[in-house]
Every structure is written in C-alpha cells, then in structure tokens.
Design a protein around this ligand. Structure first.
Ligand SMILES: O=C(O)c1ccccc1NCC(=O)[C@H](O)[C@H](O)COP(=O)(O)O
Length: 256
C-alpha cells in the first residue's frame, strides 16, 4: 500500500509538472517570504504541543469529514492552541490538495506542514510555493541516498523536515540524518495496523534536544497521557479533531 500511495503521489506531481514546470515552481518557492521556524513553535514546553491535521479521508478509515472550508478548520485549530497545522495534500485516497494548503496558509500564522508522499524535489518546491513551512519525509519509503538528498533540499529552502519512522531501525536512520524533528508513527503505513506502544519502545533512541512527535491513533486523553509519559514533546492528530468539536478536543488534549 505504501508503494502504491507513493506511486500515485508521484504520478500526480508529474501531471502538475506538465502545467507548472520545475523552474516556474522554483521561482515561486524562492519568491515566498521565509518559512516560519517550526522548531521554535514546537519547542518542548510544560504541556504537550499539538500538530493538528486537516484530514478528510484516509485509506484505513475511508471518509472522515466533509471539510468544505479547510481554512476555517485550520483557524479553529490555531485559536484552540495547536502549534502547527498539518494539511494532507494527497488527492486520491485522502481527498486533499495543494489548494487546501494554500487556503490554510492564508488563514493561520502558525507553521503549516505539507503531509504528502514525497519522493522528489519538485514536491518540496510545490510545498514551499504554496506556503508550507514543513514537509514530511517517510523513512520507510525512501532509500537512504534519496532521504539524505530530500532532507538537505528541504533545509536549503529554509523549511523543516519532519522525519517519520515506524521501527527502531528507521528511528536510527532518522537520528543519523541529524534530524531535529522526528515523528514515530503508530500506524504501519502498509498494513494500517496501529501500535500505540511503539513510541514508548523507541523514544529513548531519540537524542535529547531532538523534538519527539508521537503520530496517529490519538483518540482520547488516555492516549495523550500515555505518549506524554513516554516522552513525547508533541502529538500529531487527525481523526479525533475532524470527527469531534476541534476546539473542545484540543482543549482536552492540551489539559494533559
Ligand atoms: O491514516 C491513514 O489511514 C494512512 C494510511 C496510509 C498512509 C498514511 C496514513 N495516514 C497519515 C498519517 O500519518 C495520519 O494522518 C496522521 O498521523 C494522523 O493520524 P490520526 O490521528 O490517527 O488520524
């Protein structure tokens, strides 16, 4: 499934590239005001930080929410205390788009993450051109040389890579990269199985000073508490926020 998702994202990027060539998107990306410093916004604090996701649908859960106005939802996230907004831009299975990202960028003043299956530089340029401050790099899907290249390219654009791991080996690769922001996804992106204990098993591998993000499967306060006790500085939450009152849900998560 993960290979299929990457293939779809890369095919879609190739189609967009026919219309907006690399050089045009590069010029737009470079003309943007500097990216916001996501690491500063996610600096470990007394309470957990939340990366709040705009998520309409997913391969594992199907349709989750209509979200006709992603910018309005993102504004609610910001006023509810989120530190970063994550926007799924994958079109086929998540029903997202770069238009969503641009709309969200205009509506909030906190950093915005492009959540996509990124395998080439063009997608990172698109992210910056649309106003993203962070991009997701999924270790499981990228050969080390590609991971290193895309990581360096993201930094060159002044953006922050969120490097995502789903095993001890992948955490080791993320650390070797020098990543300052490492996410441990409880969801196996190939089987969709959830392992809520994974974060606790691998968190100690992440050096002090690196921001640790627990991703996926945060449905209630108990999940937040468990991740917090295991050392998470931040959580990345989609489903719980789009299927419940976002402000009230954020307030409950931030009370932990
Ligand atoms: O969510 C999925 O079904 C999924 C399937 C395959 C690849 C990625 C997938 N999700 C991306 C994410 O990482 C989550 O959207 C994110 O961590 C939020 O998860 P949740 O709070 O469980 O909605």
């Amino acid at each position: 499934m993960l290979a299929e998702l990457f293939q779809g994202s890369l095919e879609d990027a190739k189609s967009r590239r026919q219309i907006r060539p690399y050089s045009a998107v590069e010029a737009e990306a470079l003309a943007r005001p500097a990216a916001l410093d996501a690491l500063e916004h996610l600096t470990p604090a007394d309470r957990i930080r939340v990366i709040a996701e705009v998520k309409r649908a997913s391969p594992s859960r199907g349709d989750l929410a209509e979200i006709a106005e992603p910018h309005a939802l993102a504004s609610q996230y910001e006023s509810g205390g989120a530190s970063v907004v994550s926007v799924l831009t994958e079109e086929r299975r998540f029903k997202g788009s770069l238009d969503d990202l641009e709309a969200v960028r205009k509506a909030v003043s906190i950093p915005v993450l492009r959540k996509e299956f990124i395998g080439e530089e063009y997608q990172i340029l698109e992210a910056r051109a649309a106003g993203a401050d962070l991009v997701l790099l999924i270790v499981a899907a990228l050969p080390q040389e590609t991971l290193e290249r895309l990581y360096a390219f993201t930094l060159e654009l002044g953006m922050t890579p969120l490097v995502e791991a789903h095993s001890a080996d992948e955490v080791a690769r993320s650390v070797d990269l020098g990543s300052q922001l490492i996410g441990v996804n409880a969801r196996d992106l190939s089987t969709f199985e959830l392992d809520r204990e994974l974060f606790g098993r691998v968190a100690d591998q992440i050096p002090a000073g690196v921001i640790r993000v627990a991703e996926s499967a945060v449905l209630g306060i108990d999940d937040v508490q468990r991740y917090r006790e295991a050392g998470a500085d931040a959580i990345l939450v989609g489903e719980a926020l789009v299927t419940n009152d976002p402000i009230a849900t954020l307030a409950s998560f931030l009370s932990v």
